[in-house]
Design a protein around this ligand. Sequence first.
Ligand code: TTP
Ligand code: MG
Length: 415
Amino acid sequence: MRLSDLSEKDYPVLLHVDLDCFYAACERLREPGLRGEPVVVGMGYDEKEPKGAVATASYEAREFGVESAMPIGEALRRLPRMVDADADDQKAPDPGEAGFYRPVDMEFYKEVSMEVRGILKSRDGVFEPVGIDEAYLDVSGAVEWGGAESFTEELKAEVEEEAGLTASVGVAPTRSAAKVASDREKPDGLLVVKPGEVEDFFAPLDVEDIHGVGPVTASEFRDMGIETAGDLSAADPDALEERFGSRGREFYLVTKGVDPREVTPPDDPKSLSKEKSMGDATKDLDTKRRYVERLAQRVADRVEERDALYRTVGLKVVKPPFDVRTRERTFPGPFHDRELLREAALELLEEFGDAEVRKVGVRVSNLSFSEGDQSTLGEWKEAVGERGTCREVGGDSFPDRGSEKQERLDRFLEG
Ligand code: TTP
Ligand code: MG
């Protein structure tokens, strides 16, 4: 079969979602006064000691030439701090040309990231997180090409309403085109590149805009007279392979809309969890219990789908605005029992009986996948007359672990 024999519906509908100026957008969530203002988030930044590097800048701050990875000193020359500005002092910076600087707060950004993932995951389709503010979705099972744009508009609106963030989304039949498309109309962008349009979409772009083509490869391409993706698409694939190995041919194919890489869910996780926002925060114990019970059931469904056993049951509670508490209980042997999972989660909730809560989550961890060593209910009760051991855990240890790539990125981001 030839490519031209395929019709639109033969191509997957892939979304690449990337949140806009993510860290800065998070800072605006808890400090609404920063909305519409130039905001710079600095890695290693401290108000008393303005050093480090720019992690990200809001679009207003980018107007002043501030960008990711720039040293803070350089950013301050382009955009002084509001705390140093004074309209009445000739020597001080003008408040109209100053911005707000904040230090990186990874814990908080991860929490927001998990909230957005929850929204994206709730859609029918395959979900693959790739970075703290990025994910791919394959929604071929739920949407046809004709409905892709309105589906994506709805998804963006949901992210904005529920998490308070704007996302830019690229929709395309290949990952590589979706990735580039999400970046073209930032911020709050939406670009649909339909099957059959991919080659034209890529053609005018600089080769360096293709994901995976770094400055070194790009300059080698330029040496060969290849400046744009269109030049690449018109080049001889054998010559490209000779010069760059199999990558050369892959880049060539990408520009033609051929990219076999699928959207794949993260590898075997170290834990299985479900969490849900409660809409308005509530103190009502029955409501909280209902949510926890429902989540425990959904976690149990996932455990059974994967034939998993676990030793630890965890509960996460978020109090407004972003106060995350997690508790967990570890049992002596790996087991799975729906009723015990439910009971354990409800018991962990007791501590938060009076608390105002806006979101809850249930997790099982210490997973194993072998059927043989399951403790029976009787053994379990005997062994844990004392109901297992309970401890408080850090907020970030709670969420589902992402793919290996995600974990590497997390480690990188944590320094
Ligand atoms: P990006 O998605 O690359 O950037 P962004 O979300 O801030 O802005 P855009 O609207 O262009 O998508 O990265 C996500 C987060 O990763 C970003 O908010 C901060 C962090 N980051 C760094 O810490 N250092 C960096 O050099 C980059 C590029 C990002
Ligand atoms: Mg982003």
